[in-house]
Every structure is written in C-alpha cells, then in structure tokens.
Design a protein around this ligand. Structure first.
Ligand code: FES
Length: 185
C-alpha cells in the first residue's frame, strides 16, 4: 500500500509573495510533513476503510480544509474509490472542501506552535482582517483557517500561506502577507 509521496507536490502553488519578509521553510519538505502527519494518522488506524471519517477529520485539522489532492491521497491510502471519499467529504457539512477566498492563510494551533505564539498570530490576524477563523474577508481575498499540527513543529510557529509553509512566523510578518494579498502594502 503506498502512502508516501503521492501528494508530495502539495504547496507548489505560488503565493506571489515577492519581497515578503516572512521566512519560509523549504516548501516541499515542510509541506510533505503534513502528508506524513496524515500518513501517521492512517497508519494508527491501520488503514481501516471504516476509519474514513476519523481520517478526514484529522486531515482537516492538519490542512485546515480538504482539497482534492488530500482526498485523493486518503483514497489511495485506504484503497477506497476516490468517488466514495469525495462523496463522504461533501455529504458532511463539517468538512470544508475549499476556502472560498482567493488566498488562504492556515495558522497552526497545535501545541508546539501555540506555545511559540501562534495564538497571538491568529488573534492579530482576526483583529486585522475583521474576520474569525473559518471565514473569508468581504473582498473575497483572504480565507483564514486554523489547523492542529501540520507536522512542522520544528519551525514553530508555522503558518501556511497559499500552500507554502512559513517558519517562525511573527505577527508582523503574517499581517504583512495579508496586506500584500489585499493590495494594502
Ligand atoms: S504544532 Fe504546529 S506544526 Fe506541529
């Protein structure tokens, strides 16, 4: 059963962040860690197909939402038809398949990130944008999402900007990125 590498290109979407002061992890290695974290979840469930909903829950916690490549990865790993996994993910309203904003900012609130200040980063972003986690700004530019451990604890606090994992993100760096997306900077 192949669990690794099938979604290794996650995070290849460019954020257009020229000039950002935000430090980044090397993209693919850091993003792959999220898939490794998901693989661990499925391994613990012994790749049981009837653990699909639990796995999707954890996948949403890890990624913030369930995009197609994540669902396909789960389908392959649990040896389920992609249509079935997609069907389950769309049936339950608690699963979010896509943030509606043009850009997505996922703040990790896992323990390692939280103790390093990711809660403060999230609070600052919520205050700055005027939206809560899980919502999208009224201009449709930014969706703010939280996740619980994206598998990059060594670079905490980690924030994922448009699929690219950024390391040791400060409040100022996160706000600067949001402003850049919204054309305010
Ligand atoms: S707690 Fe944030 S990456 Fe693990």
């Amino acid at each position: 059963m192949s669990q690794s590498g099938s979604a290794g290109s996650a995070g290849s979407k460019a954020s257009g962040s020229k000039g950002s002061k935000t430090a980044r992890a090397t993209d693919s290695s850091a993003v792959d860690k999220r898939f490794k974290a998901l693989d661990l979840v499925m391994k613990r469930q012994q790749y049981r197909q009837d653990a699909l909903i639990e796995v999707l829950h954890r996948a949403q916690e890890i990624f913030g939402y369930l995009e197609e490549k994540t669902l396909l990865h789960v389908a392959r790993s649990l040896q389920l038809p992609a249509s079935h996994v997609l069907g389950v993910a769309t049936f339950y309203h608690l699963f979010s398949l896509k943030p509606s904003g043009e850009h997505t900012c996922v703040v990790c609130l896992g323990t390692a990130c939280y103790v390093k200040g990711s809660g403060d980063v999230l609070n600052a972003l919520e205050k700055h944008t005027g939206i809560q986690s899980g919502a999208t700004t009224s201009d449709g530019k930014v969706s703010l999402v939280t996740a619980r451990c994206i598998g990059a604890c060594g670079i905490a606090p980690a924030v994922v900007f448009d699929g690219q994992v950024a390391a040791q993100v400060t409040t100022e760096q996160a706000i600067a990125r949001i402003d850049q997306w919204r054309g305010d900077a």
